[in-house]
Design a protein around this ligand. Sequence first.
Ligand code: HEM
Length: 282
Amino acid sequence: MNAEKTTPATKGPLVYRQSIWTRLTHWSWVICLFFLLFSGLQIFNAHPTLYIGQQSGFEFDNAILDIRAINTPEGPRGQTTVFGQTFDTTGVLGMSGSAVRPDFVAFPGAVTIPSFRDLATGRVVHFFFGWIFVGTMFVWFVASVLNGHIERDIIPKKGDWRGLPGDIWNHLRFRIQHGRRYSPLQKLTYFIVFVVLFPAIILTGLCMSPGMNAGFPWLLDLFGGRQTARTIHFIAMALLVLFFVVHVIMVVVSGPLNNLRSMITGRYRTSPGTPMQEKDKP
Ligand code: HEM
């Protein structure tokens, strides 16, 4: 049977878009990042201040973020200071919970693992999923070099840079073309995730480990000391959360079932007009 004749005119060919390695590693780091985020916020709550520089303490004035509860004549309030600007964040940051039983923590129990104060468990969960995440990235990297995924889909080429402004404009208007491969904006975004955010969060995480400091002291120098490394770790986390929010919005806007199918079975329905290739035929 001729596949071209049986494909409805309103649909393009069903293509094999995601390899088994891309799919397995994707869902593995979704699980890992979920536990890493919430256990990380538990660890942050133990000392909810971030600094730039080699050191921290009362004699230094190098804090860039501070979340705390303060006493005021009207009673306790939650307060967040970012780059010297102070905001009242009562109910969300610094002080949360009910009026009868307020909770004086930086991030509320709703977004920490465990939901109550337990630094030791938070660290165990964080390190466990941290190492699974590192292993997953290693598997993704080796498989993606061998099957050409990095070269083909992740590294932006000349044509991608040329097509980028038009693709950004299309995304802003939610006019998404379902091609055989990632669009220029997708490539650039995933490139930043794989080449900047994931390595930054892993390396700064290693910087905060005393064992690593003994073995690889140059890592600390690379990131400007332990306190700066901790701040970069936090910023990379915040950027990944931002990526996640936009990523899921785009998955929903551009056809959730088609997208999910491609990340589960590998098969992706392209837009009408996408040229048929020999391997698309059933
Ligand atoms: C921590 C959260 C997540 C991160 C860091 C993340 C990251 C990524 C990255 C880097 C890619 C490209 C993978 C590659 O080409 O090797 C990707 C693709 C994809 N992700 Fe996620 N993802 C996350 C959560 C999700 C969730 C919750 C969904 C589903 C609702 C989802 C659906 C997809 C789909 C459908 C693709 C393929 C896009 C396409 O083929 O155009 N992701 N994701």
